[in-house]
Design a protein around this ligand. Structure first.
Ligand code: DC
Length: 240
């Protein structure tokens, strides 16, 4: 038995060592807050039949869990264990569970976004979330959205998109979203918060928000969702 199976196994092993299987493709979409990354990335994932990673949700979850534990978000050594032990579940219907509790809405508040931006400056927190993010890379492919998808988490992604829009139009979009959800909002406060988060995300020492080398920079200020998705899919088709 064993001798019969040996010859047939040998060539395939040899082939594998010469031609390692190509990695699961990743389409990375990075950009500043409220640039529409989430919506665009989800639609692109749907169009390609790929999985979707909302990496910002992991920073939001870390901030929420740390806040609930009464920790100081600016204390890296206090927050790092929270990121390591993060018990998160993304359900297929779009709900997010933290230790079994539905926090889908709770992590979307402006306060949770500010908290996420604060915990995201800590290198040990970023390191703790790295493997968790890479585990989302499953066949047939992944669309990942965040700030450092193309620069740090998936540097070998065949397409890296840097999605941006003017600060004013991003504030306008966020304002519209909140009002539609019945959440009171103030446009000038939103713009100020957004500029503050942009500055923090862009100036931090570890994994700052910058376009990856070779990124396709897409300014969506004057584009609608469909046009933006179309441009990303066009780039993907051109590079595959
Ligand atoms: O994309 P978002 O608004 O949900 O992200 C919330 C914060 O998390 C953002 O201000 C910075 C941080 N973040 C990060 O540092 N790296 C990522 N890959 C995603 C988000």
């Amino acid at each position: 038995m064993s001798s019969a199976s040996t010859p047939s196994k040998a060539p395939s092993l040899l082939k594998m060592s010469i031609n390692p299987p190509s990695p699961v493709p990743v389409l990375a979409i990075d950009g500043p807050t409220a640039s529409g990354k989430g919506t665009i990335a989800q639609r692109v994932a749907q169009a390609l039949g790929f999985h979707y990673l909302d990496s910002g949700a992991l920073y939001r979850l870390t901030a929420l869990a740390a806040t609930r534990a009464g920790l100081n978000l600016d204390d890296a050594s206090a927050v790092q264990p929270v990121a390591v032990a993060l018990e998160v579940h993304f359900s297929h219907d779009g709900h997010i569970l933290l230790a079994g509790q539905d926090v889908t809405e709770a992590i979307r508040t402006e306060a949770a976004g500010q908290g996420a931006s604060r915990v995201a400056v800590h290198p040990p927190v970023r390191a703790a979330l790295l493997e968790l993010q890479r585990n989302f890379r499953q066949p047939p492919g992944l669309v990942a959205d965040g700030r450092d998808m193309g620069t740090v988490v998936f540097p070998d992604a065949p397409l890296k998109v840097f999605l941006t829009a003017s600060a004013e139009s991003r504030a306008q979009r966020r304002y519209k979203q909140l009002i539609e959800k019945g959440i009171p909002a103030n446009l000038s406060t939103l713009l100020q918060d957004l500029l503050e988060r942009d500055a923090r995300d862009q100036s931090r020492a570890t994994a700052p928000l910058v376009p990856a080398e070779g990124a396709f920079v897409l300014d969506s200020t004057h584009l609608d969702i469909q046009q933006t998705v179309g441009q990303v899919l066009e780039q993907w088709a051109a590079r595959r």
